[in-house]
Design a protein around this ligand. Structure first.
Ligand code: 2P0
Length: 356
């Protein structure tokens, strides 16, 4: 092999507290409402992508999780991300040439080989498409040395998978729905960096790692087509919630943050039920987790919210809490779902005292 150019990067998973569910444009991936998420910082929940460009490559190819080569010719979303980043690279090359730079490598004309892997089970319902597409676009931008902002890149990642635009930032991230039909203002912005609220923790409860029955992409458009409740949510509920939860985050107000998070998860699953035919993502264990967290929140003297559950398009729970409550909540989960908590030795002290 002669010359090649290569970059590797990682991207994290994000978990929405104001849920994205519904597109007004399915090609450009423009949402029907804004959304807001927390980017998880655990190193064991991320996508890692290596991209190599070479004049010797006969075609652009993609391998997922080390072994499986994916046919990308008919993958419009991936092609959109490749086309958009190549276009920006071409513009950049032209600019450099115009400025008189002698050695401009024509990377925009080379095919690329992409290797992408998740270090968590793809089927576990943990937004693998979000971290995967974010990582693809970020790594291409690094390889192409694109002189563009992260928000600019988020508009490209959005065209791979809507929620991917939020994984380009750490901390607390809003995806603004925008008002333009060409998607030029449907973008992610960082509300606050991770270190703004370091005490906030996310506990992930894997209820099932089975692949979900109805994909998000298909499910949300059935909701758009059939749910009157979704219209109410889009017009009357989400705009106000986006403002309130942003304020709660900026003020590190866990009470307000927790209440909005649980209400929005509840309403997202309500619009799924309001879809015709209905979509069920929660199962009995998910509902039991909701009951346990509700009981936990009302069991302290001041009825202070100490934990907030949220569920995406699957039965797995994410519990947001403040660090001081983590041992108590792990004990609680261990008590009600025995045998399922790993590495609980440090935390499991006196479970009978819970709810006391
Ligand atoms: C979210 N979800 O805001 C919501 C909550 C699922 C429930 O973003 O069609 O995989 O690729 O744009 O991004 C799932 O939707 O769908 C999702 P596409 P995506 O995190």
């Amino acid at each position: 092999m002669s010359r090649f150019y290569e970059k590797t990067s990682t991207s994290p998973v994000n978990i929405a507290v104001i849920k994205y569910w519904g597109k007004r444009d399915t090609t450009l991936i423009l949402p029907t409402n804004s959304s807001l998420s927390v980017t998880l910082s655990q190193e064991n929940l991320q996508s890692k992508t290596t991209i190599r460009a070479s004049p010797d490559f006969k075609k652009t190819r993609l391998w997922l999780n080390g072994i499986e080569e994916i046919d990308i010719d008919n993958n419009k979303r991936l092609q959109n991300c490749l086309r958009e980043t190549r276009y920006l690279r071409k513009e950049y090359e032209n600019k450099l040439i115009k400025e008189g730079v002698k050695t401009v490598i024509p990377l925009s004309e080379y095919n690329v080989h992409i290797c992408s892997e998740n270090n968590f089970p793809t089927a576990a319902g943990l937004a693998s498409s979000a971290s995967g597409f974010a990582c693809l676009v970020y790594t291409l931008a690094q390889l192409y040395e694109l002189p563009v902002s992260t928000t600019e890149l988020s508009k490209i990642a959005r065209q791979g998978s809507g929620s991917a635009c939020r994984s380009l930032f750490g901390g607390f991230v809003a995806w603004e729905l925008g008002s333009q039909n060409d998607g030029s203002d449907s973008q992610a912005i960082q509300i606050a960096p991770k270190n703004h609220w370091p005490e906030l923790e996310a506990l992930i409860c894997i209820v099932s790692d089975a692949k979900k029955g109805v994909s998000s992409t298909e499910g949300m458009q059935n909701t758009v087509a059939t749910s009157p409740l979704l219209q109410h949510r889009i017009e009357q509920v989400v705009p106000e919630r986006m403002k309130s939860i942003t304020e709660a985050i900026l003020n590190r107000d866990f009470q307000k943050f927790a209440e909005i998070t649980m209400r929005d998860s509840n309403q997202f699953h309500a619009v799924c039920l309001d879809t015709y035919p209905p979509i069920f993502y929660l199962n009995d264990v998910s509902r039991a987790i909701i009951r346990v967290i509700t009981e936990y929140n009302s069991s302290n003297e001041f009825k202070k919210l100490k934990a907030a559950y949220t569920f995406d398009a699957g039965p797995n729970a994410v519990i947001y809490t403040l660090r001081e409550n983590v041992p108590e909540i792990i004990n609680l989960i261990a008590k009600y779902f025995p045998g399922n908590v790993k590495n609980d030795k440090d935390y499991f002290s006196d479970p009978d005292q819970l709810f006391a």
